[in-house]
Structures are given as structure tokens and as C-alpha cells.
Design a protein around this ligand. Structure first.
Ligand SMILES: [Zn+2]
Length: 183
């Protein structure tokens, strides 16, 4: 959490300091024994520029006392952030995705498939084609059950001459070739 006025950040259970959630070091019993509420927000444990930790905690949890001072800003809201390494980013699905995904070098056909205003359904199909992953009949026939049942029923729906496959659809099918030549 990026603390603004401290009114939306849980003092104990949110990560708002470099110590992580304070509940990692303070048990609910310890917290309530000194009079703090378990649902306290950061602003409830901060007064006049310093922390309202009880004296007893100073000896027991020195990290609490040493930690950086946070100045609450009454006109700023607390915000949920995404930490990417040491960088604090706005929490958005885009930022999270970019930080957790594995990045590879762009393939040289990337712009043919994905571009602004592409039709997602077409882009996805194109991606399958370029990966040679279209579910063509030659692939289906490799499945055990279909080999038994459907072998005789399978043929290219455009020319009826052969089973369809990547190679057939794009390079061998007479019907496709006819269209390609017209285009
Ligand atoms: Zn065909």
C-alpha cells in the first residue's frame, strides 16, 4: 500500500512498510493487550508525526521503532500498489501481467498477427496457423478414438479430395488455390 492519509490501510495486515504486514511480528493478543483495535488503520497508530507504539514495544520490537517515519498526507488517499523489484507501480492488470510474465524476444511475424485494431478472433486464428497448431484432421486422426471411428468420414470440406492439414489447406487444396489465384 502507498500510504496517503492512512485511513484505508490496515495497520496490522496490509504491507505498508518495508517490514511487511506487522502481523508477522505482532500477534493479535499482543496488539489488543496494549489497547489497539485489530481493525485499526495506519492513521489510528500514528499521532502528531510519530507512532503511538507503547513504551513496552520499544524493547520487545526494536524494528518497529527504527523503521522509517511516514508522514501522513490528509489530502491523499491510500492506494494499492504493485511492487516490481524495487519499483512501486500503480496496481493494474497490465502492470501485474508485465511484471510476472516471461518475456521472450519478439518473433518476426508478431506484427502480422497482433496490431492495434486487429480482430481478436482473426488474430488468434492467425497465431495458431503460424504456430502450425490448427486443429486440422491430420492432428485429430492422431487421437486413438478418432482413428477407430471417423477415419473414413474425414476429408477436406473444400475439395473433398484429401484429409485437411496445414499443408493441404494452404498449399495443396485445389479450392484454396483457386481462391488464392483469384485474389
Ligand atoms: Zn482441400
Amino acid at each position: 500500500m502507498k500510504v496517503g492519509d492512512g485511513s484505508r490501510t490496515s495497520a496490522w495486515y496490509d504491507t505498508w512498510s518495508n517490514l511487511g504486514p506487522l502481523s508477522n511480528i505482532l500477534t493479535p493478543r499482543v496488539i489488543s493487550n496494549v489497547g489497539f483495535q485489530l481493525d485499526a488503520k495506519v492513521k489510528d497508530v500514528h499521532e502528531n508525526g510519530s507512532w503511538s507504539w507503547p513504551m513496552a514495544w520499544r524493547d520487545l520490537y526494536p524494528v518497529l521503532i527504527q523503521r522509517d517515519h511516514i508522514t501522513l498526507n490528509p489530502v491523499e488517499r491510500d492506494e494499492i500498489c504493485w511492487k516490481d523489484g524495487s519499483e512501486l507501480l500503480d496496481y493494474s492488470s497490465t502492470n501485474v501481467w508485465h511484471s510476472i510474465r516471461f518475456r521472450e524476444q519478439d518473433v518476426n511475424w508478431v506484427k502480422i498477427v497482433w496490431f492495434p485494431q486487429c480482430i481478436p478472433k482473426h488474430a488468434f486464428l492467425m497465431w495458431l496457423i503460424l504456430r502450425r497448431k490448427l486443429l486440422t484432421q491430420d492432428k485429430i486422426l492422431q487421437w486413438e478414438f478418432s482413428r477407430r471411428k471417423n477415419m473414413n468420414m474425414m476429408c477436406c470440406a473444400l475439395c473433398f479430395a484429401d484429409i485437411d492439414s496445414h499443408q493441404h489447406l494452404f498449399f495443396e487444396c485445389k479450392f484454396s488455390s483457386h481462391i488464392w489465384n483469384k485474389v
